[in-house]
Design a protein around this ligand. Sequence first.
Ligand SMILES: [Zn+2]
Length: 215
Amino acid sequence: MQRVVDIGRRIELVPMDPHFNDITIGLYRQNVNHGNNTPAFLVHTYSRISGAPERIEAVVEAMQVLGGMLKNDDGLLHFPCNSTHEAACRRVFLEACKLAPDTPAEPRPLNILDKKSRLTITVDSTGQGVYRVTTEGEGRSAARRISAIAGGLAKLGEMESVETDNRDTVAFACETSHDALVGLLLTRAPNVRVVLREDEMGAGRGVLSAPSQQT
Ligand SMILES: [Zn+2]
C-alpha cells in the first residue's frame, strides 16, 4: 500500500527545472512548524530521478541564503520572525530555482541600478522591519521612481506602506529586519507589474501540471 503523506498545500511551482532534468519542483505550505504553531514551507519533487533529492537540497540551501530563511529539523523552511511571509517565500523559491547549481548563492545587496531611470536605488534598513528607499537622483521623476519601487517592494513582500511625504518607506508587520529578503525583492521591485503578470501566467501553467495529474 502506498504511504500517503500530507505534504501541505502547494503555493508555487516550477514546472520544468532548467538546471536539473526538467523536473517539477513545488513549494508547499504546511500549517505546523514543529515546536511552534506557525506555518513552514517544504520544497518537494515527485521525481524519482537519481540526484533529485540533492537538487531539492540545493534549492533549500539557496533559499536560506537568498531569503535569510531557517531550516528546522524536518527540513522545513521558515523565517526567523515566525511570520508566514508567503508571497515573499514564493519569490525566494523561484529565484533559488533559477540560480545555476554551480553558482554559490549570495545574499543580494540592498542597492540596484534601476534600468528605467538609470539611478542607483538604495534601500536603508532603519530597524524593526522598516525600510526606506533612496537614490542619489533628485527631482520629481526620481521621487516617482522611488515611490514606485517602494510600492513594488510592498506588493512583492506583502509589506505595509508607512505614511511619509515621499511614499518611500515600507515595513514588515512582524517588525523584524529581513535584509537578505529585501535585497532579493529589490531585484524584482522595479518591474513589479511584469512580475505579477508572469505570476498569473505561471499559475495557469501550474494548474496544468499539478502533481495529482502527473502520471
Ligand atoms: Zn518577518
